[in-house]
Ligand binder design. Structure first.
Ligand code: ZN
Ligand code: ZN
Ligand code: ZN
Length: 419
């Protein structure tokens, strides 16, 4: 039987959704053939409804299905996804959050896995809060999709796991009250929703002399603190953490005060991924963790669109095995390849940004100790994913980001005749 090379969704049609071979995609296809993306809830070309299945990491064209008592039930359009699955939309689809995520129709929850992490959302009766909340949720969905893909535990502290889960307070300061402080405390992440206001965030970024400040960056940083508690604090990773990042028992409040009064350690570029990371080992961890998530998402997106770092014309001095956290660890050579590809890709992206008069896409230079710290994060995430995949519970489709990002594009694609 002739393969469907005229149809770029062929990859999905031939591989049942949810198999480990599911290729990395950064864009998806509607049933009309048009490219659609992670954020889309409707095809702009043909009007077909779209939904994101977080378990299978797929944007699917969906059509109404039989059944359901009240809430509409959906199924993937013919030839897409698993024909046997029935879905409901997240109830936040009908709010300003505009959530495009799907749940299994028989799940008792009405909010998707990303939305049910919220404990508090901004007061929508106040001006502008709707827009701030919407932008916050766009960043949060990107975060949660990535965490699931990496095989990290994601459970709501509000409704699923009150002991070990995570939850969000997305808050806006009210007049006369003290400002909302972004931070993490024992599974509660508080985000100042005003950071979703571009003018305000840029003003803060400039006044704090930060090279990079985004909502997604805040989410990735704060969830790093959560995973430190969850995956490092009471585990065999704690001592290796201290050797790599320093002793977190150092007085945290004093460290923060010192940072804000005297500025960062002048030697931070030789030690950390960012100036703020030099404040305290906890912040070094959260910043490194966030950079790991930035790198992984960007590399997978590039690879998913057929952009490899290997064809970038740039001479860099590559990092070596000696720069890694554990050169003997399985896959260390692949991680090295990943980092060196990232250096080329990010340099190219920065130059592209400058060509548009924009700020650098990745305004950082990695030092050797920072690479070792990133490798530490990668090793911990990999070990966590392996443990998650080994459990008998049904888990989301996961991916080893390094293997996926640095391997050549799928062989089948290169042997395909031109349509
Ligand atoms: Zn369409
Ligand atoms: Zn949702
Ligand atoms: Zn922090």
């Amino acid at each position: 039987m002739a393969p469907f090379f005229d149809d770029l969704s062929a990859g999905w049609r031939s591989a049942p959704a949810g198999t480990p071979e599911t290729p990395i995609r950064a864009s998806y296809r509607c049933q009309c053939g048009r490219a659609v993306f992670f954020r889309n809830s409707q095809c702009v070309a043909c009007g077909t409804a779209l939904g994101y299945d977080p378990q299978r990491a797929l944007v699917l064209p969906i059509v109404a299905a039989e059944g359901g008592d009240g809430a509409p039930v959906w199924q993937a359009a013919e030839g897409f996804g698993d024909a046997a699955l029935r879905y409901r939309r997240c109830t936040n689809f009908d709010t300003v959050a505009g959530c495009n995520w799907l749940l299994a129709a028989d799940e008792p929850a009405t909010l998707c896995i990303a939305c049910r992490l919220n404990r508090t959302i901004p007061d929508l009766s106040q001006p502008d809060n709707a827009a701030l909340w919407r932008r916050s949720e766009v960043a949060k969905r990107r975060l949660v999709a990535q965490l699931l893909r990496l095989g990290l535990p994601v459970k709501s502290r509000v409704s699923e796991d009150p002991e070990r889960g995570v939850m969000f307070d997305l808050l806006r300061s009210s007049a006369g009250a003290p400002p909302v402080m972004t931070g993490h405390d024992e599974g509660l992440i508080t985000l100042n929703a005003e950071e979703a206001d571009d003018a305000r965030r840029e003003q803060v970024r400039a006044s704090m002399h930060e090279p990079y400040r985004t909502m997604l960056g805040h989410f990735r940083h704060e969830i790093g603190h959560y995973y430190w508690d969850r995956l490092v604090r009471d585990t065999e990773w704690l001592e290796p953490f201290r050797l790599r990042f320093g002793d977190e028992r150092e007085d945290y409040d004093a460290a923060l005060r010192r940072h804000y009064e005297n500025g960062p350690d002048p030697l931070w570029p030789q030690r950390c991924v960012s100036a703020y990371a030099s404040t305290h080992p906890w912040e070094d961890w959260a910043e490194t963790w966030a950079h790991y998530l930035h790198m992984v998402d960007t590399m997978l997106t590039a690879r998913g669109m057929g952009i490899g770092g290997d064809n970038i014309e740039l001479e860099i001095e590559p990092f070596t095995m000696a720069d890694l956290d554990a050169p003997d660890a399985p896959g260390a050579d692949r991680f090295l390849q990943f980092v060196n590809t990232w250096v080329e890709l990010s340099a190219a992206m920065n130059e592209l940004s400058r060509a548009m008069g924009q700020q650098d896409h990745y305004p950082f230079v990695l030092s050797r100790p920072a690479v070792a710290k990133l490798h530490f994060v990668h090793r911990l995430v990999s070990a966590t994913r392996e443990a998650t995949n080994a459990t008998p519970e049904p888990t989301p489709v996961t991916v080893d980001p390094v293997e996926a990002a640095v391997s050549a594009p799928a062989e089948t694609a290169s042997s395909a005749p031109a349509a």
